[in-house]
Design a protein around this ligand. Structure first.
Ligand code: MTE
Length: 318
């Protein structure tokens, strides 16, 4: 972002081109051995070899795209995470020191069972899946990322929303001591970072609560320890490092809407026919590619999500 300035997984997606380092190679081999040993559908305890934070077993998902994934390096070194700076390369450097344990996510508002979840508990609430999704940033670049998570709906069901819960608000950590971008005086956002979804959007099976990517826990710069991923919307809807989820009656005002209401709306569905006031949304450049490609309506997920917006004027509700 710029602030006021210019069906089925192919086996090759699980191994092969994704091998980033020898360590990773070793772990994938171990996962393959697990499969061979009779645990079909599980990608294994890949993170266990890594150190303290471990991911439970991860399943393949039918919701994944079969497009080639971006490299681990691209995904973890070209980031938008304004809490750690406004350029793409700072988050990888500056987020290293973010403390992601202990971490609590407070779920409150219009729910029958409000609760503060320790992230370890949250991680085990439902079975993890590898979801290979396209991410289309509003700045007209895109990537294909193998996220690890489970449907947000699984968490929502646990807390039993009341009839007044029409929207869900997500709030990111506010800690200027740890997040240098929150200490910046100019050219930044009003903190904390806030995002919102309509409750039926949040319940849609494509919307996930995300804890990892490739085979491991989320790197800090990608939103550790927990973020959401909403693949049919511009990337900024996928809030990182979430500490609070609140169920509300009115649409939350998200951070980008607050900063530039004429440029960013509540819905922010990927829409190649409706340009950003300062640039076209018709095409995008996949990170690592030279030529631009056409952007697809709802980022290519129209078959799954278009019915959520039936009858709505998407130019008005941008
Ligand atoms: N979440 C927080 N808390 N702060 C941010 O600046 N940037 C958003 C989104 N989530 C952002 C955020 C934007 S603009 C994008 S494109 C995606 O994160 C990028 O996610 P990635 O770095 O994992 O690719």
């Amino acid at each position: 972002m710029l602030i006021k300035k210019p069906a089925d997984i192919r086996p090759s997606e699980i191994t092969g081109q994704n091998l980033y380092a020898n360590r990773r190679r070793f772990m994938q081999g171990a996962a393959a051995a697990t499969l061979a040993a009779g645990a079909p559908g599980l990608l294994g305890f890949a993170a266990q070899a890594q150190g303290k934070i471990q991911l439970p077993p991860v399943r393949k998902s039918l919701y994944s795209t079969s497009e080639p994934m971006n490299s681990f390096k691209d995904i973890t070194s070209y980031n938008n995470f304004y809490e750690f700076g406004t350029d793409k390369y700072s988050p990888a450097q500056r987020a290293k020191s973010l403390r992601t344990r202990p971490w609590t996510v407070k779920v409150s508002g219009e729910v029958k069972l409000p609760k503060s979840f320790d992230v370890e508990e949250l991680l085990k609430l439902a079975s993890l899946e590898k979801r290979i999704y396209r991410l289309r940033c509003v700045e007209a670049w895109s990537m294909v990322i193998p996220w690890i998570g489970y449907p947000l709906a699984e968490l929502i069901k646990q807390v039993e929303p009341t009839g007044n819960a029409k929207y869900v608000e997500f709030t990111t950590l506010h800690d200027p001591d740890q997040m240098p971008g929150q200490r910046a005086i100019f050219g930044s956002l009003d903190w904390p970072y806030v995002e919102g979804l309509r409750i039926d959007e949040a319940m849609h099976p494509l919307a996930i609560l995300c804890f990892g990517l490739y085979g491991d826990v989320l790197p800090n710069q990608n939103g550790a320890p927990v973020r959401i991923v909403v693949p049919w919307k511009y990337g900024f809807k996928s809030a990182k490092s979430i500490v609070a989820i609140r169920f509300v009656e009115q649409p939350p005002v998200n951070s980008w809407q607050k900063s530039a209401p004429h440029e960013y709306g509540f819905y922010s569905n990927v829409n190649p026919t409706f340009d950003h006031p300062r640039w076209s949304q018709a095409t995008e450049r996949r990170v690592g590619e030279f030529f631009k490609r056409k952007t697809l309506m709802f980022n290519g997920y129209a078959d799954q999500v278009a019915q959520l917006y039936a009858g709505m004027d998407l130019r008005k509700y941008y």
